[in-house]
Write a protein that binds this ligand. Structure first.
Ligand code: BEZ
Length: 213
């Protein structure tokens, strides 16, 4: 097991998935990525989660994000379960599900928390930037399905920081004002943020969301 922290390079691996063998870094290419684990196939919460992710394909694609799921079940199980997901969630699973029977990837990413369950993966989420660095880590228990709208919201925030030098304040939603990151000097603001800014305090400078017309 390795400890992965924000800013680390996402560990690479080669593994089997429902879309064939994946070398993670090659598969990511220039995209951002989400690697997320679920406890087991043929379980109710996981079924709704994977169906939801399939329906969000366009939202992920808009953000240049590729998604891969993982559990410690095998390929045959994944393939059978995909039929159920498609049927019950009225969708078509359109992303790879990694078959981590040997627990290679789940160990590498510390997705098995033995005091929660010593065999199954918890609901881990890793968001990986186009630079292959880990940008976000969240862990949910097996009993709580994830909020994928929140995941999109965080990706929007991460990409605003990566591409526009802004951070996002508490409860920010797409379209709200953003915070100019502290490393931007006052004399740079006019050039970087032509829509203007408000200085609430010298350390709290707001600007309209830069990537909107
Ligand atoms: C589920 O996916 O429904 C689930 C899995 C493990 C424990 C509880 C719920």
């Amino acid at each position: 097991m390795s400890t992965i922290r924000l800013g680390d390079e996402a560990p690479n691996f080669t593994t089997q998935s429902t879309e064939g063998e994946i070398n993670f870094h090659e598969w990511l290419g220039d995209s951002w990525g989400i690697l997320f684990s679920h406890p087991a196939d043929y379980t109710p919460v996981c079924t709704t989660e994977l169906g939801t992710v399939a329906k969000y394909k366009d939202e992920f694609a808009k953000r240049n994000v590729k998604v891969a799921a993982l559990s410690v079940d095998g390929l045959e199980s994944h393939r059978g379960w995909i039929h159920d997901i498609n049927e019950t969630q009225s969708t078509t699973v359109n992303f790879p599900i990694i078959a981590d029977e040997d627990r290679k990837v789940s160990t590498l990413y510390d997705m098995i928390h033995p005091n929660s369950d010593d065999k199954l993966t918890v609901r881990s989420v890793f968001v990986i930037g186009a630079d292959k660095k880990v940008k976000l880590i969240i862990t949910y228990p097996a009993s709580t399905g994830r909020n994928f709208d929140e995941l999109l919201r965080v990706i929007d925030s991460l990409q605003l920081t990566a591409y526009h030098k802004v951070a996002t304040p508490a409860n920010w939603n797409n379209g709200d004002d953003c915070v100019i990151v502290p490393s931007v000097k006052n004399e740079e603001i006019a050039t970087l943020f032509p829509k203007g800014h408000t200085e609430v305090k010298p350390y709290l400078r707001l600007t309209p969301q830069p990537n909107l017309n």
